[in-house]
Design a protein around this ligand. Sequence first.
Ligand code: ADP
Length: 623
Amino acid sequence: MSQGRHEVSIANSSEDEGDDDSQILGRRIWRIFPYVRPYRRRAVVGISTNMLARVFDLVPFIFIGFAVDFYSGHSKSGGRLGDLRAFLDENLLIHLSDDQAVSYGILIFLGFAGLAIFQGISDYCWQTLGYKVQHDLRLDATQSLIRMEASYYDLRQTGVLMSVLSSDVNQLEDVISDSSTSIIRIFTTFITAFVILMMMSWKLTAVLFGPLVLIFPMVYLFSTRVQRKYRKQRESTGGINAVLENVISGIAVVQAYNAQEWEISRVSSESEEYRDEAIGASRDRNRFIPGLYGVAGVVYGLLVSVGGWLMKEGDISTGAFVTFLLIMTRLSMPLFIFGMLVNQLQRGEAAARRVFAMVDLEPSIVDKEDATALEGPIDNIEFRDVHFTYPGTETPVLNGISFTVGQGGFLGVMGHTGAGKSTILKLILRYYEPDSGEVLVNGHNIQNLTLDSVREQMGFVNQDPFLFYGSIRDNVIYSREANEEEVESALRLSGAEEFVTSMEDGVDTLVGDRGVMLSGGQRARISLARAMLKAPSLLILDEASSALDAETERQIQSNLLGTGGSRTTIAVAHRLSTIRNADEILSMVDGAVVERGTHDTLVNNNGVYSSQWAIQTGALGEE
Ligand code: ADP
């Protein structure tokens, strides 16, 4: 079988061992862009309002400076800002209020109002953009995942897949709603501050921006260091999810074997790993952040002295000095944001690697380009010398299986556990494809037919029937939309009517997660009703009645026979009475058919079948 691209994808977390640990923006994260494109108007509004908000965040500081100059009697403010003040004084302020002090107050208020409005619009745009992209991504990843063939799932843990669809997709939402705004925030704040300060005094600008050249690389170095710890932390999340998923779905076994302590210790060791990585990251972060404050303190102290000195020398006005001090305080925040941003982007890159690996999944069992749809019902199934080995394993499971079953026919398959019986059914359902040989449906190789058209004709009942959380009706109509009578008739056929009507809520009874609120035999019957509602032309039963008592089974069989008509049935059964009436019975040993024929022929054959029959009828006799 050809292996799809998924072989190099999210098999396990070790694939996170990555190449672009040290880059702020890795390769994969850019793939978010096509997801943003449909919402580009929102993004453009988000970017522009975010930039405006940052400008409005700083502009009041200029007015505060002007106000200070006004109160302290400075006729001119520093540098080219003085021109701005003169312009405002002459053109605007006189219109705002008779009192210039009040006018400055109004101007400052307007600055804040601008900040409030633009910040609100920007946050709304970015957050909603994040949620929209998150939804689209999750859907895309799920669509790819859900089409994958059985062998993909065989090799993977549910918990790990779940954490890609939850934590990783959420991480990418963070990148959009948080990181993008941080990038814009940092750039706009610095550029606006730079422009304002340059207008006031180039000396002030040099004093403030000089040390930043040193601080940014420091923040960057630190962030890449913590990143490794964050990555391990994320991997541990997948591990915890995988263990928890196992414990919860196997809770009955856990409790029956008093394995609670052992399971807790497993969760504990995964959780400890997470905790220790998180503590490590926190230790680094909290060593660094006070360091950053320390450096900021030194720089600020210096700046205040230099600024004060410039003011004393008459280079700048008192108001300009105040503006400078206020802007300075606004620049420390972006520094801390920058540290977080680097981390967030790197975590985003790791998440993008996993999410897009899932989005890119290509099933290897797909319709060929020239595949044709199966016309009409299935009237013939044939295996021609089919050999099969499960992907990722060495031992062949089917060694040259051949049989034919025609319209209305009944093929029974028996044999010891592990003989390969269910595998035959899985090949008919095309969950897997043979290594060699052919599976033919109505004379066509199944691989040349479209998957949907073939499966459309099949009804399948598993030995461990899976019911979805919901009501009995929900589970029956899973195979197709149907009205009340059709549901009832399917339940009657499958021998479920009696117990369903005796339940207080009838078909509306909730079955619990995976159907845990029903007995094994009840689940089997609901699952059979689901298959029968579809009126399949091929009914595939894998130990479908093993959970039923012999009498119920006999009754259901006679129901099914009564409505059988042209329906073809292939049934795997351990209890031979189930397949006693088959037109042909295959008796399997180690992936090969060792005997075949009708019940009567096989009973007289003195082989595996007849000895099994003897044991089972003997056992029945004792009953
Ligand atoms: P039977 O239905 O006769 O009990 P199966 O067809 O289920 O046996 O399994 C045949 C063999 O294939 C067994 O040895 C089993 O371990 C192996 N097998 C079944 N399913 C898988 C799988 N998904 N991946 C690998 N090996 C499998």
